[in-house]
Design a protein around this ligand. Structure first.
Ligand code: HEM
Length: 550
């Protein structure tokens, strides 16, 4: 009897305790309940995350209703020109709206009072960046300064960037801008039809000299910077639009592989340039970002080291070199476009240059006497902003303005395209009119004219703690490049067979979030024989037979 009971009991406990039984009887329902709860939790969170806290009396931000769960409004946003849709919504919702895109709440601000209050007064909660689908983890990494969250790496690298920028201004960029302008003008003389590619090459040469001490690697930086920028926005890898896809294997999402390959090539390029610059550092040589980064590190002690290690220094230098190429190249191409479309302004600027600058080249020292040139450059980026969506921030805490609830974890954009085209800020905003900066009666006029108008401080550079540190460099390069183009060359539209001008279309715009006009045709002709001789003398006098080695 006992043995029968024992056997039955043993069988029962074996059945009950066996994993197969649990799987069938308990594990499945428990797992299903957990999954169901998670899904319900996510759904509740999704539908309520941007609602004001219950009983707070705050209002939900206005904005287009999210029609497709998770994806939001991506069906009526042209991902290649997202700024056009956002500008339309901004007009519809009076400069403040929120919408869901790819599972995230995005808030779009086109009001100065909110931008100022949120990004400057409340900088402590609005100075981080959100992760990017194409670059998961980028905010906590230490590679790309502009994309970092508000971390110790950011603070270190920003300190370094500011030190480099201040030093460059004080030392007048070591003459690199004027030097490369001579080569640029000669190249334009030789092959004017290539101006669209020669402009970023000029920017990259200046940048590579500042970073590494010579310009040889410039074409590689142009290629890297171009693909990097193209991977930053909604027009780039699909993972930027649908971040969840980043969890799938490369085989299923080829964009993941493209990003990885670019990063690997970039790492090789930055490492090679950094190591070469380090190995060829000589006493008395111009300062470069590389030797400054190494010296600061060596000069520190213990926790005071500026960078964590040499790799972080290499990334900080590489990023500063890369970020100064298309950010400046886009506005420079835009300036050419504006001049081709507005010969009347070309004439006015040239008259001023011809009086102020005699036989020499336009240089930074001429800036106080050339306000029309400065106005024309500033007006170009006001007229067609090259950073139309702004650079987004991550909101780290709930924030309130005008009774509206801005939920924590939302991505906030100050919509530069809407600020630039605000008719209350700029009369007749669609018009290219440098006069708005020069006419005493204009609301945009500011004195003294020896200093204003100027690029530095314009809203295109953002604001608050993450404001662009490269404003002086951008201003200096654009001044020298644009000034010399007009001093030595006439910029005209191409003519058709009947001799009628073919005006380039200013609405043919690139798809990158930091961009500029698409390639267009124009005639760039030397103004006269005397100018040709000047350009050739300046070039051969400087580069002579060293051309290959520079
Ligand atoms: C006309 C040319 C340029 C424009 C329109 C521009 C625009 C911007 C904008 C909108 C931001 C984000 C600001 C914010 O979040 O509020 C930014 C950040 C940045 N820019 Fe520029 N930029 C230009 C040139 C440069 C140059 C030449 C450099 C090189 C030194 C540079 C380096 C940076 C860096 C390192 C950041 C990241 C700052 C941070 O995240 O804290 N930029 N820029």
């Amino acid at each position: 009897m006992n043995s029968t009971i024992n056997t039955t009991f043993a069988k029962l406990s074996e059945t009950l305790l066996s994993p197969t039984h649990y799987q069938r009887s308990l594990i499945r329902p428990i797992l299903s309940t957990i999954v169901l709860c998670l899904v319900v939790y996510q759904l509740i969170k999704y539908f309520t995350s941007d609602l004001p806290p219950f009983g707070s009396g705050l209002k939900r931000l206005p904005g287009p209703i999210s029609t497709v769960p998770y994806l939001g409004r991506i069906h009526d946003v042209d991902r290649m020109h997202a700024w056009d849709s956002m500008k339309k919504f901004s007009d519809q919702y009076d400069g403040l709206f929120s919408c869901t895109l790819g599972g995230e709440t995005h808030i779009w601000v086109a009001r100065e009072d909110i931008a100022q209050d949120l990004l400057c007064k409340n900088a402590a909660i609005s100075s981080a960046r959100g992760d990017l689908g194409a670059y998961p983890g980028v905010t906590q990494d230490r590679k790309y300064l502009p994309l970092l969250g508000y971390t110790k790496h950011l603070i270190r690298q920003k300190k370094f960037a500011h030190a480099m920028v201040t030093r460059n201004v004080d030392r007048k960029y070591y003459g690199h801008i004027s030097l490369e302008a001579k080569r640029f003008l000669h190249e334009i003389l030789m092959r004017p039809e290539d101006f669209f590619d020669l402009i970023p090459l000029f920017c990259a040469r200046v940048s590579a000299r500042l970073a590494y001490g010579d310009a040889q690697s410039a074409p590689e930086h142009v290629r890297n910077a171009g693909t990097f920028i193209s991977q930053l926005g909604p027009s780039g890898p699909i993972t930027n639009l649908v971040p969840l896809l980043r969890f799938l294997p490369e085989l299923l999402v080829p964009d993941i592989r493209t990003v990885r390959l670019r990063q690997e090539a970039e790492e090789r390029l930055w490492r090679r340039c950094f190591t070469e610059a380090e190995n060829t550092m000589k006493e008395g040589q111009h300062e470069t970002y590389t030797n400054a980064s190494l010296r600061t590190k060596a000069g520190g002690n213990g926790e005071n080291l500026l960078f964590e290690d040499k790799d972080e220094a290499m990334y900080a230098v590489g990023m500063l070199c890369t970020v100064s190429i298309f950010t400046i190249g886009g506005p420079a191409v835009l300036f050419v476009l504006a001049m081709v479309l507005h010969p009347e302004w070309q004439r006015k600027i040239r008259e001023e240059i011809d009086i102020v600058v005699s036989e020499e080249m336009v240089d930074l020292k001429h800036s106080p006497q050339l306000p029309t040139l400065r106005a024309a450059i500033l007006e170009a980026i006001r007229w067609r902003t090259t950073v139309p969506l702004g650079v987004p921030r991550l909101l780290e805490k709930n924030y309130t303005f005008d009774g509206y609830h801005f939920p924590k974890d939302a991505v906030v954009h100050v919509l530069d395209i809407a600020l630039s085209r605000d008719p209350e800020r700029y009369l007749n905003p669609s018009e290219y009119n440098p006069g708005r900066w020069l006419d005493e009666k204009s609301p945009n006029y500011k004195t003294p004219l020896t200093e204003y108008p100027r690029l530095k401080g314009h809203h295109i550079f953002g604001r608050g703690r993450r404001m662009c540190p490269g404003q002086d460099l951008a201003e200096a390069e654009l001044f020298v490049l644009c000034g010399n183009l007009l001093k030595f060359f006439d910029l005209r539209p191409k003519l058709d067979r009947k001799g009628n001008p073919i005006w380039p279309d200013p609405d043919r715009w690139g798809t990158d979030v930091i961009g500029g006009p698409l390639p267009f045709e124009c005639n760039i002709e030397i103004r006269d024989e005397g100018k040709r001789i000047c350009v050739e003398r300046a070039y051969f006098g400087t580069f002579g037979d060293k051309i290959q080695s520079m």
